[in-house]
Design a protein around this ligand. Sequence first.
Ligand code: FMN
Length: 403
Amino acid sequence: MERRSCRQYLKTAVDRSVVMELLFAAQKAPVSCNLQITQYVVIDDAEILKRLSKEVGYKFSFAPCYILVLSDKRFTVERQSAVMGAGMAVENMLLKATDLGLGTCAMAGFTHDDAIRKILRIPTYVDILLLVSVGYPDDPSLKHPIEKLKIEEIYSFNGYGHLKTIHPSPQKTDVQSTIDYRRRIAPVYLSRFRLNIFKEAYYALAFDFFKKNVIEKMESTKTINYLDVISYDGIFLRKVKEDMRNLNITGSDYLKNNLLFLKTELDIDTALINEKNEIQDVQQESIDVASFVFQIQFTPDRVSLMQDVSSKLKKGGLFFIGFIQESKIKFLIRKILNVYKKQILKKEVNIYENNPYYKIGMHWNVQGKDIQKLARISSLEEVVFSSHKDGKNTVHFFLFKKV
Ligand SMILES: Cc1cc2nc3c(=O)[nH]c(=O)nc-3n(C[C@H](O)[C@H](O)[C@H](O)COP(=O)(O)O)c2cc1C
């Protein structure tokens, strides 16, 4: 009942005697034929972790200790028993850790196994199954419950009964399906370390643009009513709030859970966006400045949302939009891969696994001209435009004025 995945930790080291308790708990789990082919590499050396995070990825960078779960694949057993056994052992470990006041996160979302093998000298006949981060928790999202399906949706007695296929990703792109999807996925990514594609640097660029073109120009205004559209995990808002004093900030989102998070973490007003894309509790023509930062790709029915935001802006009010455009080649390759999987391999294409944006929702290759078109039909006039190339991505910033 207490265990949760923790994605932000204190720097405090985890004592090896404590790690041993986790390993003893793991060893107590049931295991197929008592084969005992699950093995663990504990990584608590700062230098090695530094190398792993550089050569493998950020998942090795946020906790003081990691346990890599391995299985010897030369002894294959029935019904994925090796994986099942490791899974049971890991859960034992996670529960023990919870008991000891530690936070953990089981992670399968990493690649570059070759680099891991090289750095940790893992032989090729051993499978790398899972990575578990361990440390003392410092993750604000742990305070907020994670949503689950209704229990009736996952069980039935004496037969498959009423059970239906559970699609891990939305089958439709309407607002309600996206909200339902986000309810499942979004709470997982409330901690900021999920930002492996939207780099910190992009937020810094967005903030510089916002400060220079919006806030500094309005410095003389006493109080600015400011609305952020789909604040999500509030990364942009946190930057704004730290720097600006004269803003009356409202964050908004489709999920009540996220709003609670924004309210408690940032101490700002919040507004729920409903399934008709109306930002509730925000008066018409009451907003001086709105922002919509790196979220437009994930927003179903952008037209109605833009029009609603525009209706909430005062005449002459400013609307800042930042978005990241992926290179056409990257986009095309993913499209081709998806078609190949669907048509040739007959695999269900599940955006949860095939889409780098799965963490929040849909995938839409936004272009500047799409935004300009949306603006035109929402009574918004372009004031400033700038773009920055960063490797395969381009970051675009627009500033519009309500006419
Ligand atoms: C096999 C497996 C792989 C997972 N991989 C990741 C991962 O790569 N990154 C991550 O942040 N969480 C990962 N998780 C954690 C899940 O996202 C998390 O358990 C789930 O959202 C439920 O939240 P809770 O653990 O807080 O109850 C993984 C969990 C499992 C069981």
